[in-house]
Design a protein. Structure first.
Length: 257
């Protein structure tokens, strides 16, 4: 669901100037047998808004040119106006829900509507420290290879995480596993009804949940997509810095060891 329509909407929005891709071609960075991908942002990235209040919400109302389709009763599927990979889809709640509050079973049901293909990667940034640039509830999906999948699947990631393997995608089961991860990783903030910062990666094969501690090191920012093995930087020298610093070291220090 969504992908055929997303291609058509993307082509129209790109031709009309509403869609603003923000990256160059990817550069391959090798570390310990893994081919990571690094992207340098274009001038379009400077136009991307960072919402600090609910009133500065780009999803209420959303830009009509970004509309792809309905994602159930309570969510809508939109194009990411500033994609790293295109099409880059957002599954957004129709009413304001804080990005830092726990996902619900309904969120998972809407999110899974985008998983009609085996090459779909879903990711979620819970809160600014986890890389969220908008406060409004939105899950993300792209069609992409996952450079870090062999490392993730091995269960040998050097930072705290929960990895759940599955043969099929079931929203209720994923929700229960997500709640288990929040408990095991001490991510619940029960006094506030919110969650501590974390990321989710979701594929047709597994779900990874990991806590976050900081959102950048030396101005190189990390969100959930980084934990799939893709990195977005402002200038080429930051990719050189990342390679010297160590990619897995960087990911570990942005999470919780």
């Amino acid at each position: 669901m969504f992908w055929d329509d997303a291609v058509l909407v993307s082509e129209k929005a790109l031709a009309g100037g509403e869609l603003m891709p923000i990256t160059t071609e990817a550069e391959v960075i090798q570390e310990h047998g893994v081919s990571y991908l690094g992207y340098v942002v274009t001038q379009n990235a400077r136009k991307k808004p960072i919402a600090k209040t609910q009133q500065a919400n780009p999803f209420l109302p959303y830009e009509p040119a970004m509309y792809v389709g309905e994602a159930g009763k309570n969510h809508v599927c939109l194009l990411n106006k500033f994609p790293v990979i295109s099409p880059h889809l957002l599954i957004c709640s129709k009413e304001f829900v804080a990005q830092s509050s726990p996902l619900t079973s309904d969120d998972f049901k809407a999110w899974l509507l985008g998983f009609s293909r085996s090459d779909v990667l879903g990711f979620y940034n819970s809160g600014p420290e986890a890389g969220a640039s908008q406060l409004h509830r939105h899950m993300q999906i792209v069609r992409a290879d996952i450079p870090m999948e062999p490392v993730i699947s091995s269960g040998k990631l050097p930072f705290k995480h929960c990895l759940f393997v599955h043969d099929e995608l079931n929203a209720d089961r994923l929700y229960q596993r997500y709640m288990t991860a929040l408990e095991l990783l001490s991510l619940n903030d029960n006094n506030q009804g919110q969650c501590l910062p974390h990321n989710i990666l979701l594929t047709a094969r597994w779900m990874l949940v990991l806590p976050r501690s900081i959102n950048n090191i030396e101005g190189v920012f990390a969100n959930a997509l980084n934990y799939s093995g893709r990195f977005l930087v402002k200038e080429p020298k930051q990719l050189e810095w990342l390679q010297r610093y160590g990619i897995m070291r960087y990911l570990s220090e942005c999470s919780v060891i």
